[in-house]
Design a protein. Structure first.
Length: 628
């Protein structure tokens, strides 16, 4: 149980929260909602002891175990698996001690480590860490890659997996679905439903909040109110509360006016003085109900395309990827016409972003053709678009870069429509929040008046109000839209058709998002069954008559060989990943980049051959070690 007693919180000169008195009971899953800047993340910091309350207290059990997601991940040489495993620090320390004892051939220490693991229930810890990585979209071969190899978005996922790995009674999650694909969001939702402790969850994803939360904590104007139910239930209750508040306010105002008229008329008359005094006391005792202050709904628009031909772009028999050695999608037949609204669905890493980049022209085709209308004008929002804004520059500077001949007042008017009003249009983006940066990136796209919008996860960092405004703007857009998003509410509102990207193919999906979730679960079950079958076959093989048991020295030698090969495979995976990144650079596909591509392709083939050999050697050594 967590209790806030007369709690107040200040950040600098600004009072974020005041007079908070509420109790959160154990086992509840609480969605923390409110507009950006209302104090949600600061409340988490107070619970973690990172900031002090301005007044009052937070009462928590003394031995409460709290897990939260770190904001930064250092560039570590540790493998992804070890990094996640270290979330359960006690188990991880024993596993490292066991490895050190094995290296030193101290088999008494190895036995002690085994006993401690048994006491901690830690034998399945590596398997649990692997399942977390798998659920969050990491391929099996990436588990041994060093943390330093992963990009920022994937490191966010690693931090999330590490937090979920930590034994805890209270789990604090601040925007956990950012940088996740839809399949990872669906997996995380199910994981949280099985979590036995208390959850405090900050999220702007309505469907995710509805799927997870039992309660909703709304922060607004420095106050906090706890509602029973999910986000949709909260919206209904709040709307009814505001309706009743407005009725009470209007009734009270009418009574005030009536009392004041009597007082003004009769307070000077001796015969009515007593009645006037009585009414003055009544007037003083009225509750002072506040009028409902309607929160301004956000409204944005993309405007009408400068030109809107019917047939805009098409891929015919297209093979897509990062060169012949990294073919992701095959024989793609996909086209866009004016008014199309397509939601792309598919498992993590299946090629949704690859398809979008191919439509943009950022990735050249491996085979097939890309046919684009001469008047095609694409507005492209990629997952890295927000980071591509120029540091130190203002929204006005960014807009002038694409419209150097436009008048300043016209540009100011346009930025004002996207809520960069007054001096805000001239402030450096360095101080902007993630949501403000994303809003600016969308504004720059809108200014160009595109006839095709290709949006790859545009809602990261956007709050609920801005997501609603984006959905409305997309609904009013006359051009074509391709949308990749983990926000089920947005993709459900915007998309009229779905296409599924999976197993190297792109094809129409004749179902809704609920049916897609069922398909995804069935696919995962099928893959798990295949893996289970492979393990069963391995067990049958292992059960066959074995040679005489190996000595401890022989086992130690095999263990070292396995670890050496695992390390080498991780190094090779890292080198292959680097080559794939190099081969993805668009400039290599210009006329003078052929020699470099050939060289990279040759390096890739050699490394893949060495990787296959190392894996075969590792498998043989591992099986020998398992057989003892």
């Amino acid at each position: 149980m967590i209790a806030f007693r007369n709690f107040a919180l200040r950040r600098g000169e600004r009072l974020l929260l005041s007079d908070i008195d509420l109790t959160l009971h154990s086992g509840t899953r609480v969605g923390v909602v409110g507009r950006n800047g209302c104090g949600k993340s600061s409340l988490f910091a107070a619970i973690l002891g990172e900031v002090e309350a301005d007044r009052g207290d937070i009462d928590m059990p003394t031995r409460l175990r709290i897990a939260s997601v770190a904001q930064e991940t250092p560039s570590l040489p540790d493998s992804a698996l070890d990094f996640v495993l270290s979330g359960d620090q006690d188990v991880f320390d024993v596993i490292r001690a066991e490895a050190a004892a094995m290296d030193a051939e101290d088999y008494d220490a190895v036995a002690d480590a085994h006993q401690k693991l048994d006491e901690l229930g830690g034998y399945d810890a590596p398997a649990r860490a692997g399942k977390l990585l798998h659920g969050l979209g990491f391929s099996a071969e990436s588990h041994l890659r060093p943390v330093s190899d992963f990009s920022g978005g994937w490191r966010v996922r690693l931090n999330l997996a590490r937090a979920l790995m930590k034994p805890s009674d209270l789990l604090l999650l601040d925007e956990p679905t950012n940088h996740l694909d839809l399949d990872a969001v669906l997996w995380l939702e199910q994981w949280l439903l099985r979590y036995p402790g208390t959850i405090l969850l900050i999220s702007h994803d309505r469907e995710f909040l509805d799927g997870v939360c039992t309660h909703t904590l709304h922060l607004n104007d420095g106050r906090a109110k706890l509602y029973t139910g999910d986000y949709t239930s909260f919206e209904r209750q709040r709307a009814e509360h505001l309706r009743l508040q407005q009725i009470s306010f209007e009734k009270e105002q009418a009574e005030r006016e009536h009392l004041q008229k009597f007082i003004d008329r009769f307070k000077a008359k001796a015969s009515k003085a007593k009645q006037a005094q009585s009414r003055m006391k009544r007037l003083a005792k009225l509750a002072g109900t506040e009028a409902v202050r309607a929160e301004r709904a956000m409204h944005i628009q993309f405007g009408q395309p400068a030109k809107l031909p019917h047939s805009l772009i098409r891929l015919n028999g297209a093979d897509c990827g990062y060169g012949a050695g990294a073919r992701i999608l095959e024989q793609v037949g996909f086209g866009l016409e004016a008014g199309d609204r397509v939601g792309l669905l598919g498992p993590n890493g299946a090629g949704k972003s690859t398809l979008v980049k191919t439509l943009v022209g950022e990735l050249p085709l491996i085979d097939g053709e890309r046919v684009a209308h001469p008047d095609l004008r694409i507005g492209y929002f990629a997952q890295h678009t927000v980071e591509s804004l120029t540091e130190g520059q203002s929204p006005m500077w960014h807009l002038k870069e694409i419209a150097p001949d436009a008048g300043e007042q016209a540009l100011r008017n346009f930025l004002g429509q996207w809520y960069f009003v007054g001096d805000r249009a001239f402030e450096s983006v360095d101080g902007f929040s993630g949501g403000e940066r994303a809003r600016l990136a969308l504004a720059l796209i809108a200014y160009r008046q595109p006839n095709v919008l290709l949006l790859d996860e545009p809602t990261n960092h956007l709050d609920i109000d801005m997501r609603e405004a984006l959905a409305e703007a997309l609904s009013d857009f006359d051009g074509a839209i391709v949308l990749v998003s983990h926000d089920r509410h947005l993709i459900g509102l915007v998309s009229e058709t779905f296409w599924r990207v999976a197993d190297g193919h792109v094809e129409p999906f004749n179902g809704d998002l609920d049916e897609y979730a069922v398909w995804l679960k069935a696919r995962s079950t099928k893959l798990d069954q295949a893996a289970s079958k492979a393990r069963s076959e391995a067990k049958v093989e292992a059960a066959k008559p074995k040679a005489a048991p190996k000595s401890q020295a022989e086992l130690g030698k095999l263990q070292k060989q396995v670890e050496k090969l695992e390390k080498r495979m991780a190094e090779l995976d890292s080198q292959l990943a680097h080559i794939q990144e190099e081969m993805a650079r668009p400039e290599l596909y210009q006329s003078d980049g052929g020699a470099v591509l050939l060289q990279l392709g040759e390096q890739q083939r050699k490394l893949e051959a060495e990787r296959a050999g190392a894996e075969a050697d590792w498998l043989a050594a591992y099986e020998a070690l398992e057989q003892g």
